[in-house]
Ligand binder design. Structure first.
Ligand code: NAI
Ligand SMILES: C[N+](C)(C)CC(=O)CC(=O)[O-]
Length: 504
């Protein structure tokens, strides 16, 4: 496996909500992490966050993750950062504390180590004061949960060099994150400016008894929250302008900005009564679910949304989903493609593995039927890549099309179960490929089979044509080896319509 990331060692100073998320993100990208956090329960807290992150990644992607990095806990800031190539500071949001901790990091880290601060709103220039190497310090503001949400706002201060920003972007890109460079430093950057505006307004709505916290959250999550997840604000409003687009939208709704539609400049007094009111409503809304349970529900929902986005735009992916697709392609490449280059051909080929994802579960609480076809289709794609029918081949105007599939469901698959497919070639000729897939779950329960017939086509002409010699030469040894295997039980079966008619 080639390395995914240009760095192999990181340090996390602070291992709370955000530090823990960074630690998980780095470890799961194969990067060793040394942690310093004086909290007496830091090791337990970090371990719990990593466990949730691993669970979420198992649901998010079937691509081969690198071997997990090594986690160590250090007794001081200096010990944690001494070998690190990236130091991420995630201590509480207080300028005096951050400056003190950054000075310790600055004194002990290698001069070329990147130093990112997770601050939600402090300006990097203020954090750079007094440092011996301020040029390597920048804000790397992530979003919770850091291991699933890819965005990091990169904000440089007056001393930050362009090389630092470029290296930071490179590392984030390599570990599947999206580093967005904010052009000019400003308190709270971009994301938290927007979130603060919404939060301010929301607090007034609760204080003034316009709604309770649950109603407010429902208003977001059943409406514009769903839109924001995939298109943000401006592109959403462009569509809301109808055929006349953004200009019409601005003309229609711009004047409303002068109407009393918001209290944004008026800051609510978070007195004891209001804190208690919100706390009590929030407790009722959580209905006894612990924070870790809520985190897992949140993670499953995020995984489902990101996977839906991966399928967007005709399979090319959209936004965070396109980013995931791109990351998975790099994970496969980093794994060396060895899985697909030299498989054991004396037995059915083991080319595809997956895991039952939250979005795959139906009202019966198990993997829904069309996902079986997806998994079998992915196994067919793996076979096609093996014989040279890859994206470049398809772009050149030829491909295999599936013309028939027969799926048998033998058992169920539950959320999070590991899936493995084996593929046997039943027959091959110039134009046709006859396959038999078997799907195994968990420790090896056979849960489904799929028999498929594929035709080699000229995609531009829209008709079947013989596959070229190069493809047939790759298929031939597999077909010969598989001809010696027993015909699988269930091959050639059709749906039992005749028997059913007899029974009725
Ligand atoms: N919680 C959130 O939603 C987000 C927070 N942030 C930022 O991340 C930073 C950390 O916030 P959270 O993780 O939420 O706070 P947290 O309170 O969950 O974690 C802070 C951690 O820092 C540790 N700590 C305190 N003093 C320390 C020291 N001298 N050296 C090392 N560790 C020390 C604490 O023991 C604690 O584990 C803040 O700057 C915050 O603004 C950024 C994005 C989102
Ligand atoms: C509330 N917050 C300012 C700490 C939020 C963030 O900084 C980003 C996030 O994850 O919402």
């Amino acid at each position: 496996m080639t390395s995914l990331s240009p760095i192999s060692r990181a340090a996390a100073i602070g291992g709370g909500v955000i530090g823990g998320g960074w630690i998980a993100r780095f470890l799961l990208a194969g990067i060793d992490v040394a942690v310093f956090d004086p909290h007496p329960e830091a090791q337990r807290i970090v371990a719990e966050v990593i466990a949730n992150a691993e669970r979420a990644y198992g649901l998010l992607t079937g691509a081969p993750l690198p071997q997990r990095g090594r986690l160590t806990f250090a007794a001081s800031v200096a010990e944690a950062v001494k070998d690190a190539q990236w130091v991420q500071e995630s201590v509480p949001e207080r300028l005096d504390l951050k400056r003190r901790v950054l000075a310790e990091i600055d004194a002990a880290a290698a001069p070329d180590a990147l130093i990112g601060s997770s601050t939600s709103g402090l300006k990097p220039t203020e954090l750079q004061e007094g440092l011996s190497h301020p040029e390597r310090l920048f804000v790397a503001h992530p979003y919770n949960p850091v291991y699933l949400l890819p965005l990091v706002e990169i904000v440089g201060g007056t001393a930050t060099t362009p090389a630092t920003v470029a290296r930071a972007r490179e590392v984030l890109d390599a570990i599947g994150m999206k580093g967005v460079v904010i052009a000019r430093e400003i308190e709270a950057f971009v994301g938290d400016r927007l979130l603060e505006a919404l939060w301010r307004e929301a607090l007034w709505l609760i204080k003034d008894d316009i709604c309770d916290v649950e109603t407010l959250d429902d208003v977001i999550r059943y409406s514009f929250g769903l839109r924001w997840a995939q298109m943000g604000l401006f592109q959403t409003y462009r569509i809301a302008g109808g055929e006349a687009g953004m200009r019409h939208f601005l003309a229609q709704f711009g004047p409303c900005l002068h109407w009393p539609w918001t209290k944004l400049t008026d800051v609510v007094d978070l007195d004891e009564a209001l804190v208690e009111k919100i706390g009590a409503q929030s407790d009722a809304q959580a209905a006894g679910l612990s924070i870790r349970e809520l985190e897992r529900i949140r993670d499953e929902n995020l995984v489902g949304i990101v996977q839906a986005l991966k399928a967007g735009q005709g399979g090319r992916g959209w936004g965070a989903g396109a980013l995931l697709g791109d990351f998975e392609r790099r994970l496969w490449a980093a794994a060396g493609g060895e899985r697909e280059s030299a498989p054991e051909i004396g037995a059915p080929l083991a080319l595809h593995e997956a895991r039952v994802s939250p979005a795959w579960i139906d009202y019966n609480g198990h993997m829904t039927e069309h996902r079986y076809l997806q998994v079998f289709g992915d196994a067919t794609d793996a076979l096609l890549r093996l014989i040279g029918v890859d994206l470049a081949y398809v772009e050149a105007g030829r491909s295999y099309y599936t013309v028939e599939t027969h799926i048998r469901h033998l058992d169920e698959a539950r959320l999070g179960e590991a899936l493995k497919v084996t593929t046997q070639l039943l027959a091959v000729d110039g134009k046709r490929l006859h396959l038999f897939h078997r799907l195994f779950a968990g420790e090896g329960r056979e849960i489904a089979t799929a028999e498929q017939m594929l035709l080699h086509v000229d995609t531009k002409a829209g008709r079947a044509v013989p596959a070229p010699e190069a493809v047939l030469a790759k298929l031939s040894p597999i077909a010969q080896a598989h001809a010696r295997l027993a015909v699988p039980e269930g091959a050639g079966r059709s749906v039992g319509a005749k028997k059913l008619a007899e029974a009725v």
